[in-house]
Write a protein that binds this ligand. Structure first.
Ligand code: ZN
Length: 383
């Protein structure tokens, strides 16, 4: 058995220990401050005599510290990555607070917990809406403000078990009951702060439906602070760009959006006039087909060109857009031209595309190759 110093003093960041065994890739010590992965909490990282510990696991009461190389002396110095430990403790204790509150206020049970790289989630077996989310957030942070002391009880006998646990538990070995008085009570082996105030803040972000459960996304403590810092920077930059402040930024954003839409509309109208002009200039009525080349023709206006030309004449139309590197060949079906057959050659010209007998389209990576393919089509149409 490895002596679990983190159970006695969760704030211990460094200690001495003795190596009692080394396996192929792990070290066993007489005592440790490294928490092994389990109970929804990841393992502590850190160093043993300056050598990184990459994982920590427990098997039958023995804790294995996984390392790429081993210390040379029997007595070693352990240091844990405190930021990671504190983060785990804050998210984990936040989960206890939320679970207790949701059980009490909405009779919802915590059916799953995950500490992700970014968000932390809990899955609740009752419907949680936006209004409830705000209510839960208020209640959870109130538990932090009250700075309630957590209680830890060790139980190894079923007969003496008298705890109002939120999740049923079988006492078949020495288990630990973690109680936040008037908030939550559950069996848990993880690392916890002594008081709820140490969680700092619990920020709920959103709730999503997930396999019949409500998945709540949240962040506690330092994670929430870093998130707030990042978002404050974003808002600050936006305020500088919009010459606004926090109270007027949304209004400014919507005004800019409206302005943008108006601009887009006038731009499309203007560009259509330019397209009309190009069509008029380039149409050669005596020819059996029409080749139109546009310096600027957005993809969505290709059909506009077909429609415009069809108002003037019925023809085989070959359109090329220099702005999109796009080529299109079309007619109304009354010509003996198989557009898809012609476009079968496109891959030999470095392009991609295809279509039907009446219309085919393709795209290139440069105007150079696009225009060579246009010349090829012209050759076919001239035959
Ligand atoms: Zn816990």
């Amino acid at each position: 058995m490895t002596k679990r110093l983190f159970d006695e003093d969760v704030y211990l960041r460094t200690c001495k220990a003795h190596i009692i065994e080394t396996t192929e890739n792990a070290v066993v010590l007489d005592q440790t401050i490294f928490f092994p992965v389990g109970g929804g909490q990841s393992a502590d990282f850190g160093y043993i005599d300056g050598i990184p510990v990459t994982d920590v696991k427990e098997k039958n009461g023995v804790i294995y510290h996984y390392m790429d190389s081993f210390p040379t002396t029997k007595e070693v110095t352990l240091i844990i990555d405190w930021d990671k430990r504190l983060d785990g403790m804050q998210q984990h204790c936040g989960e206890h607070i939320l679970s207790g509150i949701i059980k009490e206020a909405y009779d919802g049970n915590n059916k799953g917990f995950h500490i992700g790289k970014d968000f932390i989630t809990i899955d609740i077996d009752t419907k949680i809406d936006q209004e409830m989310l705000i209510h839960i957030e208020d209640l959870a942070n109130d538990v932090i403000y009250q700075n309630i002391e957590l209680k830890f009880d060790y139980v190894d006998d079923d007969t003496e078990f008298d705890f109002p646990v939120r999740k049923d538990v079988t006492v078949d070995e020495n288990i630990r009951i973690v109680t936040i008085p008037n908030v939550d009570c559950v069996a848990c082996c993880g690392t916890h702060p002594h008081r709820t105030g140490e969680v700092g803040i619990i920020k709920l972000y959103k709730v999503e439906k997930n396999k019949g459960l409500s998945r709540i996304f949240f962040k506690c403590g330092q994670r929430a602070l870093l998130d707030l810092r990042r978002k404050t920077d974003i808002v600050k930059t936006l305020n500088q760009e919009f010459s606004s402040d926090d109270t007027s930024i949304l209004e400014r954003f919507y005004a800019e959006k409206e302005k943008n839409e108006q601009l887009k509309k006038s731009y499309i109208e203007l560009n259509r006039k330019l397209i009309d002009q190009t069509i008029e200039e380039q149409l050669k009525k005596e020819k059996a087909y029409q080749l139109l080349i546009f310096d600027y023709l957005p993809s969505q206006d290709m059909n506009y060109v077909i429609k415009k030309v069809s108002e003037v004449m019925n023809t085989v139309l070959l359109v090329y857009s220099k702005s999109e590197f796009k080529v299109m060949l079309s007619h109304d079906g009354s010509f003996d031209v198989k557009c898809n057959e012609i476009f079968k050659e496109i891959k030999n010209y470095g392009g991609k595309g295809g279509g039907s007998q009446k219309v085919a389209q393709g795209i290139f990576e440069s105007n150079e190759s696009g225009m060579i393919f246009v010349d090829y089509i012209v050759g076919v149409l001239n035959d």
